[in-house]
Design a protein around this ligand. Structure first.
Ligand code: ATP
Length: 136
């Protein structure tokens, strides 16, 4: 059994897709072990995205994540880290495969790739670190 951090990002919350995204996650059999609406501050986001500091999209990404609340979810299940990322689809919603959350529900808002509805931890180490940050 694994745990991962899933975020429904501000675009997903604003577009009222929280229920639709949770339905896909639960239909797959993953268990929502904890869930809350969070308005993150800059310090939390800079730690969360520390691997991207210095990249050109870092500041727009942080600004986007500050633009409204996200839904933070502690998700549990067998191989849920890999499984949720597969369910989410690739980073760019325009080219994410149909059948995935980003592929079916993501919109192409110009070049704003950061508005891709969801986040999922990418390894056990990231999941432990990110869960400690968002569910401190
Ligand atoms: P996540 O970690 O959020 O689940 P990911 O693993 O698909 O997504 P990463 O490469 O870790 O993507 O990037 C983290 C986030 O940064 C992406 O989800 C996206 O919001 C944003 N991002 C990544 N690359 C770009 C880019 N080239 N332009 C704008 N935003 C980007």
């Amino acid at each position: 059994m694994q745990s991962t951090l899933v975020l429904i990002k501000p675009d997903g919350v604003k577009r009222q897709l929280t229920g639709a995204i949770l339905a896909r996650i639960e239909a797959k059999g993953y268990v929502v072990a904890d869930l809350k609406l969070v308005q993150p501050d800059r310090a939390l986001l800079e730690e969360h995205y520390e691997e991207h500091q210095g990249k050109p999209f870092f500041e727009p990404l942080v600004e986007f994540m500050l633009s409204g609340p996200s839904v933070a979810i502690r998700l549990e299940g067998d191989r849920v880290i890999e499984g949720f990322r597969s369910l989410a689809g690739t980073t760019d919603p325009t080219t994410a495969a149909p059948g995935t959350i980003r592929g079916d529900l993501g919109r192409d808002w110009g070049l704003k790739v950061q508005q891709n509805l969801v986040h999922g931890s990418d390894s056990e180490e990231s999941a432990a670190r990110e869960l400690a940050l968002w569910f401190a």
